[in-house]
Design a binder for this molecule. Structure first.
Ligand SMILES: [Mg+2]
Length: 194
């Protein structure tokens, strides 16, 4: 694994939103408890298993928690500066998130984050499917192998693998939980120097 302070140059960088660029303090345990979702299962995947008559209400529960999270969201340390450095360097940046589009936009508006390209859960099949990442590469007309995806969860790193991109694991608390799936591990956005 290359050291994070010796990263190869990338032509563009894509970021996950929640737990990566921002901390919306989403209480996943509370969401799971509310929905009776098992702890080891993705919430959206769990909703897919519910009877179709119950799915809309369950999605509304998730949206409520997400909206509340958007109101509380704060930048992760150095994330806003990292985006500014990329912009100054002319390196395109994008966000691919499993959040609802309205929630992602609300979060960024509140934090005055400007990002050229944002794909949310309405826009592409959920990670770890590579589709969203490949759509962004296509929009940029850049080769996936020259791009990186930065995220804090296993699905982010698997999506990067599936898209043929460099998977950068953002692990601010040094948990090492998903390091085995990553091409690179960073603990702070200062390590992503443009
Ligand atoms: Mg995340």
């Amino acid at each position: 694994m290359p050291a994070a302070d010796n990263l190869p140059g990338f032509d563009g960088i894509i970021f996950d939103l929640d737990g990566t660029l921002v901390d919306s303090r989403l209480d996943f345990a509370a969401i799971r408890a509310h929905l009776n979702c098992p702890p080891d299962m993705g919430v959206l995947e769990f909703i897919d298993t519910l009877p179709s008559s119950e799915q809309a209400a369950a999605h509304e529960v998730v949206l409520e928690y997400e909206r509340a999270g958007a109101e509380r969201a704060v930048w992760m340390p150095g994330a806003q500066q990292c985006l500014a450095r990329l912009e100054q360097s002319g390196i395109p940046a994008a966000i691919l998130t499993r959040n609802a589009s309205q929630v992602a936009r609300l979060t960024l508006d509140r934090l005055q984050g400007t990002i050229g390209c944002l794909l949310a859960r309405e826009d592409a099949p959920p990670k770890p499917a590579p589709d969203g990442l490949l759509m962004i590469a296509q929009t940029w007309q850049l080769a996936p192998a020259r791009l990186a995806y930065v995220g804090d969860f296993k699905y982010d790193l698997l999506a990067a693998q599936n898209a043929g991109m460099c998977g950068i694991y953002y692990d601010p608390n040094h948990t090492g939980l998903h390091s085995h799936l990553a091409d690179v591990v960073i603990h702070h956005f200062d390590q992503l120097s443009a």
